[in-house]
Structures are given as C-alpha cells and as structure tokens.
Design a protein around this ligand. Sequence first.
Ligand code: HEM
Length: 470
Amino acid sequence: MQPDLLSGTPARAAAGAAARGSTPPSTRGFPLVGVLPHLLKDRLDYLLSAREQLGDLYTIDLGVARLVALNHPRHAQHVLRDNARNYRKGGAIWESVRSLIGNGLPTSEGDLWLRQRRMIQPEFHRDRLAAMCDLMVQAIDDGMAGFGAAAAAGRPVNAERELPHITMKVILNTMFGSGITKEEADAVGGSLRYALDYMLLGAALRALPSWIPAPGRRRFERSAKAIDEHVFRFIAQRRAQPGRGGDLLSILLATVDAETGEQMTNQQLRDEAVSMFLAGYETTSVALAWALHLLVEHPDLLRALATEVDEALGDRRPGFADVPRLPLALAVVQEALRLYPPAYWIPRTAIEDDEIDGFHIPAGTMVGVMTYVLHRHPDHWEAPARFDPGRFTPEHARARHPLAFIPFGIGQRQCVGKEFALMEGQLILARLLQRYRISAVPGRTTRLHFATTLRTSGGVWLRLEPRPGR
Ligand code: HEM
C-alpha cells in the first residue's frame, strides 16, 4: 500500500497538463518535519511513490523547507541546460557545501567559475586520461591491499569500506602526485568522509544560530581544519618543487589564465584541491560498491564480466588501449549509476520567476532534479528496478531520451571527471576480477541509505577467492 501523499489535488489531474501559472501539487507532511519521517522510513522509494501519485513535478514538504521535485528528463533539459542561467547553486545545501570547499569548481559561479573551468577541464581530456591511466592502475593496485589481506585470510570483506582506500589513492596520485604518504592519505580520507557526511545535516542546521551546540558541528569544524592543514602542506611542497610532476596540482600552480594573465592564489588552489577530493572520491567508491553488490546478486553477469576481462587482459596490467575492450565493465558501471546514482538529486535555486510544465516557480524556490527517480521513470525505462547492463548498448542508448540517464549531471556544470570516473570504474572491476573469484556472503543484506551520497546500510560483503597464479 502506498502512503497517501496528496494534499487534496487529484493525482492524475496534477500529473497531466497543469493550468498555466498553477501551484504544483504537494506531499502532505507533519507539522515542522513535513515528510521527513516518511523519507527516513521508506527512503527513496517514498519519492518513487510520490511521483506516481502526484505526477512528474510536485512539491516535497520538508517541514522547515520546501523543494520542488523535478522528475522528468525535460525538466533536466530546462533547469540544467536551456534556462540554466535562472537556476543557481544557492540555498542551504550549497551553502553547506561551500563551507567546506569555498569557491571550488562545484560551488563557484559566474566569471570565477568560467575561469577555473577553462583551466581545469583540459586536464580531463582524452590525452591527459591516457597519460594518467598508468598512475591510476598503480594506485588501484596499491589501494587494493585490504581486499588482498581479506582474501589471503579467507575472511569476507566489506567492499564499501575498502573501495574508498582505492579511490582516494587514485585521486591523490593522479591529481596531486604520488609523494603523499599512506598515513596522510588515510588522515585526509577520514576527515573528508566525516565532512561529507555532515553536508546534509549541516544544511538542515544552518537555520540555527551558531552559538547553539548543534550535533556534529564541532567535529565538522575539526575535520575541515585537519583537511586544510594537509592540503596547504601539499601546496607548499609543490610550490617548493616547481615543475616536479605532471599532476593537476603542479599544472594549476603553473597555469596562467590566457585572458586575465592571473595565477591561482593558495586559497583558490586549496578550494580546488578539496573540491576534487570531495567530488571525486566518495562518488566513485559508492558507485563501485553498488556495482559489486549488483554483480554478486547476478552471478551469470559476474561470470560474463570475468570472461570479458580474461579475454581482454589475461593476467597482464591493463593500459589505456584496453579500456574500450571492456564494454561490459563500462555497462555494469553505468547500470549501477542508473540504479544508484551517487548524486541522487541535483539542487538549484530559481533566481527569477519561471514556469515549468505550466506550474509557477517563484523566484527563490529550491528545485531538485531527482536523478534517482528520473533514472527509474517508467516512461523511459522498461522494468526500471531490474539490473540489466544490456540497456547500455549503443543501440539502446540511441533509442531513449538523451537525458534519461544523467548521473554526472548535464549542461555547463556537468561533471568534469565523468570520463575519469568511468575509466576508473572499469579498471577497478577488471583488476579485482583478474585476481579474485568473487561471490556474495550469505545472510548479509544490503539496503539503501541516503546520506550526502547514496550509500548502503549493512555494507557490501564479498567473499574473495584468490585465482591461482594471479
Ligand atoms: C561516479 C563518480 C562521479 C559522479 C556520480 C559525479 C557526479 C557529478 C555531478 C552530478 C555533478 C554535477 C553537479 C551539479 O550540476 O550540481 C558533478 C560535478 C563535478 N564533478 Fe563529479 N562525479 C563523479 C566523479 C568525479 C571525479 C572522479 C571528479 C574529479 C576527479 C569529479 C569532479 C567534479 C567537479 C570538479 C564538478 C563540478 C563541475 C562544475 O561545476 O563545473 N567528479 N559530478
């Protein structure tokens, strides 16, 4: 039985064409907390039910705040592309992110964003990815020690806990050079994870005056300070040894903006470095944790993937030329990103009044492109809950709405690390399958837990059996 979500508007009338300028239908919530109890109980399934009952566009009542949920690809087209100028990264959630990454690429706007994007984007082009591939594979191998230890001891391993060691190492090596020690990497990783977890709570707590002892705020401040200390030291080390590496930090240190002739200050470098950590390490690790969970739940696909990896690579180290030879690995990562997009919603605030699907969107409204729901929209995905990497063959992809799959966002603010993350996902799966036979651990259940990204509750427990001679 679906919860009764309506606030009096007949559901199908709301889902159909709205009278111009009308108010979106709304979920019905409790005083002060709105529908938060439903969200905590039913998690994101609540949002799927709400779309079914209220239509593609409706308001979520969160008690202290209201959010217009946008669930259709045409909404993504409107808010993130066609009328993106009217939708800024404002509001409590972005202020919370800003408190950690300052004016890094994900949060900056206007001329500053454009200048930074111009400097950073070329670092993710194909030729740079090709140059990074070796460093990436080295980092994956180094970061896999925890998997190796568990396999050797015959212990089950929680992939969700182990994968961040790999993705952190990958970001550190490729973005900031390999001179950073394991202890430093672990310390930054721990502080970042806490700070990231705090983002949603931090957004909710922003309404409170700073002298009220809010839960977690002090620890967040301590984590942010620890991150700063490390990152400023990495920057100082690089400044002391100019031209030492081809990593992103060295390049940003040396880059002069062609139009303004300016170089980045230490503060801007710090903001960009923390942004890369934040944007690129947890997202990729949770996506891969889900991919592994889905694979062990579908042993036939896992076998097919192991065969692909064996045929493409045998037991040799993969290089950049091998990446296109792992199409099933790519499709598995994409299908995991469809079902469990780490960035499960993309928030914006309207600057001026607007109209979407005939509904009036007043200036100041917080809107969210609900990626999780859009990726399961029944008009665009057949049997949306089914794990089926076959959806990502080029023919299938061509046949559907181009914005029915947007785990990396879309428009000018689309993820700069998209190709990097996909390649990393393919290579991590390949390296694991080259070394181990992987299976599920009976009795362990994995459930969805939505925090700042889409985690699991219960972890992703795997049994790893070392493959002879690997
Ligand atoms: C599976 C992994 C990843 C996912 C799902 C993901 C998702 C996203 C999404 C949805 C956005 C757009 C946010 C918005 O429009 O508000 C974004 C932006 C961004 N991502 Fe990623 N990302 C991933 C990996 C990475 C990696 C590996 C890096 C860097 C190494 C990275 C760096 C960035 C940056 C810098 C931005 C801001 C771009 C801008 O505003 O110009 N991401 N990401």
